[in-house]
Design a protein. Structure first.
Ligand code: TMP
Ligand code: ZN
Length: 406
């Protein structure tokens, strides 16, 4: 397969073929099975700029739908995470004359809301209709559109340049990377900051969390790749902050000023990244080997438990789980059902493997002996809520970083 880097056009090196994949959020009804859409999910890397990216992408009209099923406010942990970020930024923003804050991919307005409550001029850019609507209802000024050079110009004309541009789990979804970074360059004040966070590729490597690879995650960034992309658009990476969200993320800070010195924390994180030798193919090859061995182990374990006659369910029908279930060929013959708190997923079937998705109260079934934790990145929140399962002898199964009982 010939594909070139979305940033520097250098040829991509494919390293992990996850097979034919349905859309990660394509939960469906039984009558829709025959028209289900599949595409080849292959992950590659550009050894020139270190950018890890999908080799192919599903047709864009298949991807963004009005009813994007995830609302930030539905996760307590994420709500808390964004409140803490807003609160850490507010004092400095409030000290500026007539400050202006933009968020790219603002979802239901959870991160911008504290700015709105503090009467800070702001705008969120959110392409999915339902979250954008909810965000407006919550008092957050929102544009229901994609962010690109045109949107940057539109905002600029109406509101002027931004002191702060925020984004969380948004940049890795935007295939038009050059439109995104040009937009940032246009919209950011000379002394403004861009702060964004996304799943961090070195964490994917060390945790073997290959389920971060799915249609919506076009890119898996590292500090090295972001540094190169930012500098090619006249922006400078000045800080990195490791985060535990989404199973391992990085918060990047960019500014215009080329002379700004990187923080000592960024220097040390970059040193750690250099040790991974991400400009060579070897780490990607050994990652792919580990992923295949994880698949064999997970299948073997589930097949063994099933042959002993146990009922097994899964917990949290996450986007990531579509990659795991389809790559490992885990269907209803191994998993009875998936419990999930999102009403729009309940009563439907999981993409590709067609496991029924049911409400969390099904988890109270005393016959359940084993539960596959698909929402491993929400482990703390889920285990704290489901203590009864363990107290009556239930066992959790994870596959991150390796297949084992918790
Ligand atoms: P995501 O990781 O793709 O955003 O999906 C998270 C899914 O996990 C979402 O459908 C809701 C579900 N979930 C639960 O069912 N119970 C929980 O306690 C948590 C935190 C999430
Ligand atoms: Zn490249």
């Amino acid at each position: 397969m010939n594909a070139s880097c979305r940033h520097c056009t250098h040829p991509l090196s494919p390293f992990l073929d996850l097979g034919q994949m349905p859309l990660a959020n394509g939960f469906l009804k039984a009558e829709e099975f025959s028209q289900e859409y599949f595409y080849p999910l292959i992950c590659g890397v550009c050894l020139n700029c270190n950018l890890v990216q999908l080799m192919t992408q599903p047709a864009p009209e298949k991807l963004f739908h009005h009813h994007y099923p995830f609302l930030t406010q539905s996760s307590k942990a994420m709500t808390h995470h964004f409140k803490a970020l807003a609160n850490s930024l507010l004092p400095e923003i409030k000290s500026l004359p007539d400050p202006f804050v933009v968020e790219i991919g603002s979802n239901d307005g959870t991160l911008l809301r504290p700015f709105s409550e503090n009467k800070i001029r702001h705008v969120g850019v959110e392409p999915s209709l339902d979250p954008a609507k909810i965000s407006k209802e919550r008092g957050v000024s929102t544009l229901n559109t994609f962010f690109n050079v045109k949107t940057a110009h539109d905002i600029l004309q109406k509101e002027g340049k931004a002191d702060l541009i925020l984004a969380a789990n948004a940049f890795c979804h935007i295939a038009d990377l050059s439109g995104l970074f040009e937009g940032l360059k246009i919209l950011l004040k000379p002394d403004g900051w861009v702060i964004f966070e996304d799943p961090y590729f070195p964490d994917v490597l060390t945790k073997n969390s290959y389920d971060q690879i799915y249609d919506e995650h076009v890119f898996l960034f590292s500090l090295l790749s972001i540094q190169k992309i930012a500098s090619s658009h006249g922006l400078t990476l000045v800080d990195g902050e490791p985060l535990s969200t989404h199973g391992g993320s990085m918060r990047y800070t960019l500014c215009h000023v080329q002379e700004t010195q990187p923080t000592p924390r960024l220097r040390s994180l970059m040193d750690q990244e250099l040790k991974l030798k991400l400009s060579t193919f070897a780490p990607y090859q050994s990652f792919a080997d580990q992923v295949h061995s994880s698949k064999d182990k997970l299948r073997d374990l589930l097949i063994k438990l099933r042959s002993q006659g146990h009922r097994i369910c899964a917990y949290a029908a996450t986007s990531k789980s579509t990659t795991v279930l389809n790559f490992c060929r885990i269907g209803p013959e191994l998993i009875d059902f998936i419990c999930d708190s999102t009403p729009s997923k309940q009563g439907k079937f999981s993409p590709g493997m067609h496991i029924p998705v049911v409400a969390p109260n099904y988890f109270e079934n005393p016959d359940l002996k084993y539960a596959l934790l698909l929402g491993w990145n929400h482990q703390e929140e889920i285990l704290a809520k489901e203590t009864v399962f363990r107290s009556r002898g239930g066992q959790w199964i994870t596959y991150i970083p390796e297949v084992r009982f918790l």
